[in-house]
Design a binder for this molecule. Sequence first.
Ligand code: FAD
Length: 311
Amino acid sequence: PFEVLVIGGGPAGASAAIYTARKGFRTGVAAERFGGQVLDTMGIENFISVPYTEGPKLAAALEAHVHEYAIDVMNLQKAEKLIPARQAGGYHEVVFANGASLKTRALIISTGARWRNLGVPGEFEYRNRGVAYCPHCDGPLFKGKRVAVIGGGNSGVEAAIDLANIVGHVTLIEFDSKLRADQVLQDKLRSMPNVDVIVSAQTTEVTGDGERVNGLNYKDRESGAEQRVELEGVFVQIGLVPNTEWLKDSGLELTRFGEIVIDTHAATNLPGVFAAGDATTVPFKQIIIAMGEGSKAALSAFDYLIRNEAV
Ligand code: FAD
């Protein structure tokens, strides 16, 4: 059994494991895919103190840092079920897809999240070549260019406001007949001179020249007419889904969006269970935030372990 088991091997999980190993705890990390979302990223320019890196390089660095310590890394392991301890100090059990299970006194959950895809032709082919998901990350790459934001909820409208300050022109495209974002955000968006808002529009294809995105086709859902916008970038903002489906019947508190509810110490509603990164209610989903949250969860696990004898 472990003293600390971390589920998830992205920036949050790697950071948590290093911190608890440095406290001398027997630590394990089980991850479906060590490296997490970072593996799907190309250029990273906002990991402070590192002006430029690339996803696979950062993922390799995370792994190398974890291997500096006696951390038991179990890659390609998908957690399917959590059976929490019945009392503080007791053992939590995590059951994996291959039928194996692991026991641990403190558990840190950092299973991250995934962006919801449009599922249209061109989206996958031009990912990182004009199709983007994170305005904080990739906005500056489109300085002076034309982009579309797909999705008129709060994140889509926030992204459009953010991008309108950086890029040349923003077209916001919403499937529904009206935007769902807070009114104050909609008002702000409509006051910006370089923004068009198109509602009742179903994106049908992201097009490109073989190298990069050059436009987007959509169907006007009222007239049925096919329309086209020429542009250089498409930001997909139709939802970030936490990887927490496996926790549904565990008694762990989740929001209606599936985010793990944590307090300022990264503690969940279950004693001895902590959570960090994109899978949680922490505002803003970024690498540097996930790492900070992972270290916070680890230090909280340390506090818990020194206060609760094993039972
Ligand atoms: P994740 O990175 O999502 O890692 C989750 C881990 O949990 C993975 O190892 C996964 O395999 C594992 N896991 C999931 N479910 C299970 C399960 N059931 N059992 C076991 N393991 C499981 N942020 C920036 O700061 N700068 C950028 O430039 C940037 N660019 C991005 C570009 C793209 C294309 C994407 C998708 C994201 C980008 N981000 C960027 C966001 C950043 O990658 C995330 O905020 C960060 O990776 C979150 O870290 P995390 O550890 O919480 O989760």
